[in-house]
Design a protein around this ligand. Structure first.
Ligand SMILES: C[S@@+](CC[C@H](N)C(=O)[O-])C[C@H]1O[C@@H](n2cnc3c(N)ncnc32)[C@H](O)[C@@H]1O
Length: 335
């Protein structure tokens, strides 16, 4: 994007709509209670992302073992111009689901070179308000002509917040892989419904690869992933008055070949009794018992094609690196 003369002050180019204010806490209480009362305890991975969680995720992206970010960024760099051709003649919204920090979207924004009349609005959509606001303000500084409409929301519940007009939606980081098959399909169907026939959806997918590479990526030597996963407990301690002792949990991440996914668990180092005050919930964990926090599914080209078909999406372009480790798939509404 070519910097233009700053016509509007930053505050006039930034609008933030917050969908979480409505019922975020009730939803959190409901899901946490459901997960912790289950026989095999679990927590929803969206609660990994408070301010600290977003910072830790950014650190993970810089870890040498974490190949997905590097690989996807290289793909974005190589194909940004083709992707951003969407805005060459007509303006519209560049929507980023799960936007986090701005390090990937800048690859795309740098390639925005409109002909007369085409304008672009960036619409980050994230559950982490602090990360969204920080990233948006940085972008407004870098691109003086850019307008930003941030959506602070939960894309599992607020997809109707997606702008109705002409749009290119991107969903990067293989974040779709954090959903199980049924939930992932539901999300894709929701996106497909929100697309107009000429809109495009660019999805980053991490592909199946050697187990050693996968397990190293989610067990980085510096322990950043471990801190990120444990941070979910700190988030619950703060938000729901829980008393999880973080030091008595350890990160346990392994590849599950049957589900073709990495699984991330928190394992109790000893017998524990914990309390979540706001839920009036007491729970005990035996030494070695785990709380399942996150999955990261890995995709095959065939499996992904079938998933798109079921979701009502059709691939229009498919970009991949030489090793086939990561895919950026451009999709349109089928039919
Ligand atoms: C795996 S990170 C990916 C971040 C960035 N897109 C990237 O590729 O590096 C997932 C992002 O999605 C956001 N997120 C997670 N669950 C969400 C939800 N249910 N609704 C909206 N955003 C969510 C997180 O705050 C985080 O920024």
């Amino acid at each position: 994007m070519r910097p233009q003369a700053c016509k509007k002050a930053q505050q006039d180019r930034l609008e933030i709509v917050n969908y979480l204010e409505l019922d975020h806490r009730e939803e959190m209480m409901r899901l946490v209670e459901q997960g912790l009362r289950a026989e095999n305890k679990w927590l929803h991975c969206k609660y990994l992302y408070d301010q600290r969680g977003s910072e830790l995720f950014d650190q993970i992206c810089r870890a040498p073992e974490y190949y997905p970010t590097r690989t996807e960024k290289a793909l974005l760099e190589r194909h940004a111009r083709e992707i951003m051709d969407f805005f060459a003649l007509n303006g519209g919204d560049l929507v980023e689901m799960g936007s986090g920090s701005n390090h990937k979207i800048r690859r795309l924004l740098d390639q925005f070179s409109p002909r007369a009349g085409a304008s672009l609005r960036y619409v980050p959509f994230d559950i982490s308000q602090s990360a969204l606001e920080e990233a948006a303000r940085e972008l407004l500084d870098i691109y003086p002509g850019l307008e930003v409409m941030g959506i602070v929301g939960d894309y599992t519940r607020h997809l109707d917040a997606l702008p109705p007009g002409r749009k290119l939606v991107v969903f990067l980081g293989s974040t779709l892989g954090n959903f199980g098959e049924a939930q992932g399909l539901k999300l894709l169907k929701g996106v497909a419904e929100a697309l107009n026939p000429r809109d495009r959806f660019v999805l980053g997918l991490d592909m199946v690869k050697p187990v050693e590479v996968l397990e190293a990526a989610y067990n980085d030597a510096q322990g950043v992933t471990a801190s990120f996963i444990k941070n979910i407990l700190a988030h619950l301690n703060r938000e729901l008055g829980a008393d999880f002792p973080l030091e008595h949990f350890e990160h346990h991440a392994f590849f599950n070949p049957a589900r073709e996914c990495m699984e991330m668990h928190l394992r109790a180092r000893r017998d524990l009794r914990c309390r979540v005050a706001d839920l009036e919930l007491e729970l005990s964990l035996d030494r070695g018992e785990t709380i399942h926090v996150e999955i990261a599914r890995k995709f095959t080209p065939q499996g992904a094609r079938e998933m798109f078909r079921q979701a009502g999406l059709r691939p229009t372009r498919w970009f991949s690196d030489q090793r086939g480790w990561f895919s950026l798939v451009e999709l349109a509404k089928a039919g």
